[in-house]
Write a protein that binds this ligand. Structure first.
Ligand code: NAP
Length: 248
């Protein structure tokens, strides 16, 4: 018996990286999965993983910062799989540079995808989840949203916003048995971090008490906990998954 038998989960940005690992983990515990990314055809690999776990899958495409597209994804998921019990807001981007060199466009696009996208999806599932008197939302933030980082003021602000949104939505939805929590990963090995210069990677590694980078599965395990009944009395919380980099 899986921890999520009978549940339906919607995972954004699930073509690869952490989103793909989350979809795999939740499907492995019995959930049917609605996948969403910028292009539906990029989701074929993740869809095959979900199907191999014996679960139903629906691939949907949207730019998470587009309100109409987000509503279409949520209604498409409900039409195909019957309901949405779990939403994981995972889609995210970086456009790193020092603040004095950062363009307005670099600021706007990161805030739009990371923060507005999380708001739009949370809003779109809130009504059906409140109606069904159960639901679970997990937002993928970042330790950078807690501690800041030179060269990432747009990303840090977006993830700090995601944390504040998580806490506010948790308070609004708690009475209807809809829980909202966040996971704040540290340095996780995905395409997002593969492109960093070697000296930056070495500096990051030196700052990780556990002495290794995280894996997408490290994050997916904590998302599973937050989407399962094992965390049934937790809402509005932020769990860091960072090998001890941030301890308060
Ligand atoms: P990733 O490998 O770049 O995957 C992100 C996924 O989101 C990609 O499939 C991407 O599609 C998709 N996406 C981007 N913009 C989108 C949009 N507007 N609409 C829909 N989908 C979109 O990144 P990751 O490392 O797995 O990161 C996943 C989440 O974890 C992000 O929120 C990130 O901020 C967070 N995080 C990552 C780390 C880390 O060290 N990797 C640390 C802390 C937090 P494309 O193929 O088009 O890019």
């Amino acid at each position: 018996m899986g921890m999520l038998d009978g549940k339906v989960a919607l995972v954004t940005g699930s073509a690869r990286g952490i989103g793909q690992a989350i979809a795999k983990k939740l499907a492995g515990e019995g959930a049917d999965i609605a996948l969403c990314d910028l292009k539906a055809e990029w989701l074929a690999e993740t869809a095959a993983i979900v199907e191999a776990a014996g679960r139903k899958v629906k691939c949907l495409e949207a730019d998470v910062s587009n309100a109409a597209a987000v509503d279409t994804v949520v209604s498409g998921a409900i039409e195909a799989l019957g309901k949405v019990d779990i939403l994981v807001n995972n889609a995210g981007i970086t456009k790193d540079t020092l603040m004095i060199r950062m363009s307005e466009q670099d600021w706007d696009s990161v805030i739009s995808v990371n923060l507005k996208g999380t708001f739009l999806f949370t809003k779109a599932v809130a009504r059906p989840m409140m109606k069904q008197r159960t639901g679970c939302i997990v937002n993928i933030a970042s330790i950078i949203g807690l501690i800041g980082n030179a060269g990432q003021c747009n990303y840090a602000a977006s993830k700090a916003g995601v944390i504040a949104l998580t806490k506010s939505a948790a308070k609004e939805l708690a009475s209807r048995n809809v829980r909202v929590n966040a996971v704040a990963p540290g340095f996780i090995q995905t395409r997002m971090t593969d492109g960093l210069p070697e000296d930056v990677r070495k500096r990051m590694l030196d700052a990780i008490p556990m002495g290794r980078f995280g894996t997408p599965e490290d994050v997916a395990n904590v998302v599973l906990f937050l989407t399962s009944d094992a965390s049934s009395y937790m809402t509005g919380q932020v769990l860091t998954v960072c090998g001890g980099m941030v301890t308060a």
